[in-house]
Design a protein around this ligand. Structure first.
Ligand code: ATP
Length: 275
């Protein structure tokens, strides 16, 4: 898991409490660099004792032969539907899921919170489990966070044969033809389309044509090849959106139980939306 990494800490993140799984690392810039982040340490198999002490994620022995799922988003902020649908996809695919906050989302208005602030919220939201994993590679790239660039990197890291599955909500999937180099996405990953309330599944003609011969009905079929197929993944309908969470905060209300409790542990996490 070469590039799975904690976020670089910006000013707001530096005000946030230390990572609970990383008591030695803290969140200050110098220490952060001296102490390898926990996600990276876990990837380098430092042994069971270190894993126990640090409570780092431990992948199953067959992790490298199972599909790896990739869930990108603005996460402005992360909410319970993001987490729940990613979790259900992990179970459905028998896969780990990388959550990748976009630094500069290319296809929408720019986020309210900075990339570092959004990544800090994702990180704290994921504490206590090891199936959904923060990956901040897009924060390290300049310019728009194109998914195709991320998939090229992941394919180089994970090899030619591993099945990669790009998870996309049904609403975002309908807009796929507007994505940068969208035809090439299918060369690098399968696409898992997550059902989403309020989206009727209607697709533009060019997308329907593109996926007509790629649709598959089972995860077994996905495992037969590293990329190129499209699978619908039915998930619990949760009508939650980040826009709704932002609107509540902007109105001075609390989005309690729409977002993880962990985001209330420190006022700094949701402060960008209250300002
Ligand atoms: P916003 O309201 O700001 O547009 P959002 O809630 O749609 O945000 P994003 O970060 O833009 O969240 O979405 C990241 C991914 O998660 C997208 O693929 C999106 O379709 C998916 N997603 C978000 N919310 C849900 C949901 N309630 N059910 C299923 N998929 C979702």
């Amino acid at each position: 898991m070469g590039m799975v990494w904690n976020c670089d800490e910006g000013t707001t993140a530096a005000r946030l409490p230390p990572h609970p799984n990383n008591p030695l690392g803290g969140t200050q810039g110098g220490m952060q660099r001296a102490m390898p982040p926990i996600e990276a340490r876990s990837a380098h198999a430092h042994g069971r004792v270190l894993r126990y002490i640090m409570h780092v994620p431990q992948f199953p022995a067959n992790a490298m032969t199972r599909p790896l799922a990739i869930f990108g988003g603005t996460f402005d902020p992360i909410h319970h539907a993001h987490l729940r649908v990613a979790w259900e996809a992990a179970e459905f695919l028998d896969a780990e899921v990388l959550l990748l906050p976009a630094s500069v989302p290319p296809h929408r208005e720019q986020p309210v919170a900075t990339a570092q602030e959004r990544a800090a919220c994702v990180r704290v939201a994921l504490a206590g489990q090891n199936r959904l994993i923060l990956d901040v590679r897009e924060l390290r790239r300049e310019g728009p966070s194109y998914t195709i660039d991320t998939l090229v990197e992941l394919r180089a890291e994970y090899g030619e044969t591993r099945a990669l599955v790009l998870l996309i909500g049904a609403d975002a999937f309908a807009g796929l033809p507007t994505w940068h180099r969208w035809h090439e996405l299918f060369d690098f990953a399968h696409i898992g389309v997550l059902t989403r309330p309020g989206h009727d599944g209607v697709l533009p003609t060019e997308l329907r044509t593109k996926i007509a011969s790629r649709r598959c009905a089972s995860t077994a079929m996905l495992r037969e090849s590293p990329a190129g197929r499209v699978l619908s993944i039915p998930v619990t309908p949760l009508d939650i959106s980040a826009s709704q969470v932002r609107a509540l905060l902007a109105a001075g209300r609390e989005p309690r139980w729409l977002v993880p409790d962990a985001l209330f542990a420190n006022p700094a996490y949701l402060q960008p939306y209250r300002d």
